[in-house]
Design a binder for this molecule. Structure first.
Ligand SMILES: [Zn+2]
Length: 231
């Protein structure tokens, strides 16, 4: 059985309409090109900053799709705040071009940063999960949602770096046991790395031998060195 990614029809129709989801100009190309060249035109693709910068969040290698800069910051907002489908296709484009880490086996799992039922109800959808499902489709690695988030936690947006670090440290808990030996922590946007660090600490405490890497679609600042804390 062929497994289609979330929003598979939008991906499929992009091959027919041939319009760049970023600049909205005709993008050319053929019907049978891979997804990676059907969503964003060549000009936009080359203009976007490139992935594969590997930074470190709390000792965990971090693979970054691109940086949180214009126009991608607007693209991310359009997706998260308005569920804009073209914006999602641009983010899919970035994920598609993320290099799959070497040594990652099919028994690894992708762990999307969890949300809470409150936030889910407020927003109406779970942006990180949709993106994680696409990465799971591209890398052929299953998702694992064994990390959950406590309700009533303060939102990270608008908090300073130190506040963020303190805010998230006890946010997460494990709801089931992990059998994978490799874990890809996944978030949509990483700024200080505090959320990823908190999740990494939770897993390390119970599964010290598990290999952790982290991936995000957009990273807050080019060249920013993420904080080391709690090691
Ligand atoms: Zn374009």
């Amino acid at each position: 059985m062929i497994k289609l990614p979330s929003h598979g029809l939008a991906l499929l129709s992009s091959r027919f309409y041939r319009t760049c989801h970023l600049c909205h100009q005709p993008s050319g190309g053929g019907l049978f090109e891979p997804i990676g060249s059907a969503l964003v035109c060549q000009e936009c693709h080359h203009a976007l900053n490139k992935p594969s910068k590997v930074l470190h969040a709390d000792g965990v290698p971090l693979l970054v799709g691109a940086f949180y800069e214009t126009p991608l910051n607007h693209v991310m907002s359009a997706y998260k705040d308005n569920e804009n489908l073209s914006a999602l296709m641009v983010l899919y484009h970035l994920l598609y071009h993320l290099p799959r880490p070497r040594g990652l086996t099919k028994r690894a799992v992708i762990v999307p940063t969890p949300t809470t039922p409150d936030r889910l109800a407020k927003r109406g959808f779970y942006p990180v999960l949709t993106l994680a499902k696409f990465l799971s489709y591209v890398w052929k690695i299953p998702l694992w949602q064994g990390i959950q988030r406590h309700e009533n936690t303060t939102h990270q947006r608008g908090l300073g770096r130190d506040e963020r670090l303190n805010n998230v440290q006890n946010d997460f808990y494990l709801r089931e046991s992990l059998s994978a030996h490799q874990v890809v922590l996944f978030d949509d946007v990483v700024t200080t790395g505090a959320t990823l660090s908190a999740m990494a600490q939770l897993l390390r405490a119970k599964y010290p031998n598990t290999k952790l890497i982290a991936t995000c679609v957009l990273h807050g600042k080019q060249g920013l060195h993420l904080p080391e804390f709690g090691r």
